[in-house]
Design a protein around this ligand. Sequence first.
Ligand code: 0WE
Length: 259
Amino acid sequence: MGLLDGRKALVFGVVNDHSIAWGIARALRDHGAAVGLSSLESLVERRVRPLAEELGSTFVEPCDVQDDAQVRRVFARWGEEQGPLDILVHCLAFARREDLEGMFVETSREGFALALDISAYSLVALAREARPLLRSGSSIMTLTYYGAEKVAANYNVMGVAKAALEASVRYLAADLGPQGIRVNAISAGPVRTAAASGVTGFRTMYRASREVAPLRQNITIEDVGRTAVYLASELSWAVTGEVVHVDGGFNILGVPTPE
Ligand code: 0WE
């Protein structure tokens, strides 16, 4: 008997087996959910379909979340093939490389709009198009980062996009709560994923976060997966609009000091 037996989940944002989205997809499956995947078209055949097979899943759909028609299409296909949906997982973000280093004040109008469109508005678009399929008792979740709350070096426009994403979680939670749909975010500590690789200063802050976090460890995609299971299940029945930190306690520190 699994906590999520009989539930159906759709996870957006798997890139490879290091992805946080993959850690979540596997954890949901391990607790009994049926899990479909959606990702960028360019990743689907080579990277995502083999992972879907590992989950025993046949639902794999490409989606560019900047295109409303593609978002609509994914949920139309889900409805035809799978029926209702219980768990919607959003693990999507993008900012231009040049906007993730140097000074935030130099962010262009286009770079700002792009980062907010893909990293924040896409949650609203997914929630809107999924809504007709979501049953009472269903759960939407997204991924955020501490740079939404406080300044993190180089995170720049992504911090602003994550702040908009976290506020969107609260407004969506208020809108959809009466329909029995919960909306929450997981604020994950740094993880060495494709999205983090090559980011200026990532290695340094990755090491520092392990050294100062109260639990003295970096988190894993399995840690995020277990929290996702909690947010997807009836264990979190009364929790909505919340940002749950899975960061070894890093965010509670006011003045981090190395040992
Ligand atoms: O949210 C993220 C990653 C978001 C991200 C990463 C990239 C890298 C490659 C969004 N867009 C892009 N665009 C690219 O071209 N994280 C929480 C990981 C992350 O990214 C950082 C971090 C951390 C931590 C960027 C700067 C500083 C710290």
